[in-house]
Design a protein around this ligand. Sequence first.
Ligand SMILES: Nc1ncnc2c1ncn2[C@@H]1O[C@H](COP(=O)(O)OP(=O)(O)OP(=O)(O)O)[C@@H](O)[C@H]1O
Length: 308
Amino acid sequence: MPPIISIRSLSKTYANGFKALDDVTFDIEEGEILALLGPNGAGKTTLISIICGMTNPSVGSVTVAGHDVVTEFRKTRGEIGLVPQELTTDMFETVFNTVSFSRGLNGKKANPALIDQILRDLSLFDKRNNALRELSGGMKRRVLIAKALSHEPRILFLDEPTAGVDVALRKDMWQLVERLRKTGVTIILTTHYIEEAQEIADRIGVIDKGRLLLVENKDALMRKLGKKQLAINLLEPIASVPDSLSAWDLVLNEAGDQLVYSYELDKNDGHVGRLLQALEAAGLHFDDLSTRQTSLEDIFVSLIGAKA
Ligand SMILES: Nc1ncnc2c1ncn2[C@@H]1O[C@H](COP(=O)(O)OP(=O)(O)OP(=O)(O)O)[C@@H](O)[C@H]1O
């Protein structure tokens, strides 16, 4: 299957000379959930604006469902639903009318049955005749998604879908995204919550200073860059790691009473047992062991930090 979005050698220099995107190339596959991560000002919004045809590229090209976003704007825009962070619609209008109106704005014929179905899918059906101002914050976010889905797009952009929402609502949104994926919609989300990307994305793209640092399958990324750490609490503090243990990746804390051993996630050859024997042989006794796994956040910080 050809990719649903294809981005080639894309650069964007704004009128003031600022280069917000620098030679970005990658594909987005139909039906996947891609999370775009990056610090403030990295270029995420610029990239999405170009894909949605709201900003023109300076160099390079983007196609959506095989059509060029600049020369075939109407065709490409019709394939895309964009979910902004805030509702800007008339708060006195009803939920049903707001969503139905969005469909009309996108040039599609009225389809009340479809709008009702979207409202049902988003658990908004019993509020369909309520005014927007009568909804909770979480329900308003759902209306934004309903609006974006009203013209049956194949691609959905979610800009910071859970910014400023509480933990329960965030989990709710994650489930919603998962349900949407099952309908075959391709979902691209930007987020500052790395935990969110780790939870729901199939692939992770990291952008920093306008450059795409990586775009990779989440599990492969975790396997490749993820590490496990074993913390060993020593009964007696030591001044330095003994020479006999130099072959092991060990770091001693400042107090001298804890060693941290880092190793690859998929290493599974009895090495921990051998290390513990080596510690005993070196005369080091310990009373506690604990393990921790690097999170996507650790990987992200090391990537961005390394490039800073
Ligand atoms: N119209 C513009 N003219 C000049 N510079 C701009 C313009 N729009 C954005 N920029 C600059 O381009 C860079 C990228 O901005 P962009 O909004 O794409 O970042 P972002 O990754 O979405 O950031 P955030 O996470 O804060 O939303 C920033 O340095 C921003 O100041």
